[in-house]
Design a protein around this ligand. Structure first.
Ligand SMILES: NC(=O)c1ccc[n+]([C@@H]2O[C@H](COP(=O)([O-])OP(=O)(O)OC[C@H]3O[C@@H](n4cnc5c(N)ncnc54)[C@H](OP(=O)(O)O)[C@@H]3O)[C@@H](O)[C@H]2O)c1
Length: 231
């Protein structure tokens, strides 16, 4: 079955590779980004002119979210992937972390995935068993935190995990499933060159989980290999 897939932060990194893999699999992708005119998305438009639609979306801009949702009124969305994320605090430690960075990470990593999901709720409900994939991080896991640090990023992803579980509960009557996913330590601008896996491996694993996600998986936290993670 051809799916309609909506992805945030689709212009580079994991979001771009997820876009590519869903297009290769024959699905229709709404690839959203603050600036979709990147080389990566331009190449995909040439290859998949009928199935790829780019959408301008800054996930922190609520009026932008409403405009996008309005333009999709009546369109079913089988899969929403809230992928856009920030780790601006990467080089800020216990002593140097500042409030503005922390708030910015909360806006993008925790609040925006909720706002985008809420705006697209009726599109997901229109699909036959809609799925929401929240690209979280193992760094948001308290059970897995053995090294400390990264206060703002860790807490923003822990908050995203809490949002994911509430949405899983609240949207179950509409047959919408919500899963939190750790993509691995990936070689992207965010993960850096020392990441343990490449974007292809990460996106392949995430896609396999999302393609099979349903009621049984909803409200749970998995890494890209399908292993369930502790909160
Ligand atoms: N790489 C890793 O090792 C790793 C590990 C765990 C979790 N993650 C998570 O995986 C997701 C993707 O990360 P990545 O490694 O692909 O990072 P990346 O290469 O830095 O890409 C981040 C993406 O998020 C977008 N973004 C940031 N703020 C946005 C906003 N306000 N509105 C719309 N898009 C916005 C960026 O768009 P612009 O180009 O406009 O900035 C970019 O497309 C993130 O949620 C991240 O936290 C990554």
């Amino acid at each position: 079955m051809t799916k309609n897939v909506f992805i945030t932060g689709a212009n580079r990194g994991i979001g771009l590779e997820l876009t590519r893999q869903y297009l290769v699999a024959g699905h229709k992708v709404f690839a959203s980004a603050r600036d979709p005119s990147t080389e990566g998305l331009s190449q995909l438009i040439k290859r998949f002119p009928n199935n790829l639609k780019t959408v301008v979306l800054d996930v922190t801009d609520e009026s932008n979210i409403q405009t996008v949702a309005g333009s999709l009124e009546g369109t079913s969305i089988d899969l929403l992937i809230n992928n856009a994320g920030l780790f601006h605090s990467k080089h800020e430690d216990f002593g140097s972390l500042n409030t503005d960075t922390w708030i910015e990470e909360f806006r993008v990593n925790s609040i925006s995935p909720f706002l985008v999901t809420r705006a697209l709720k009726s599109n997901l409900a229109k699909a036959n068993s809609g799925v929401v994939g929240m690209i979280s991080s193992k760094m948001g896991s308290m059970g897995d935190n053995q090294s400390g640090g990264s206060y703002s990023y860790r807490s923003s992803k822990a908050a995203l995990n809490a949002v994911s579980v509430s949405l899983a509960n609240d949207l179950s009557d509409l047959d919408i499933s919500v899963v939190a996913l750790h993509p691995g330590w990936v070689q992207t601008d965010m993960g850096g060159p020392n990441g343990l896996i490449d974007v292809e491996t990460s996106a392949l694993g995430l896609k396999a989980i999302l393609d099979n996600a349903g009621k049984a998986e909803s409200g749970k936290f998995y890494d890209y290999s399908g292993k369930q993670l502790p909160w």
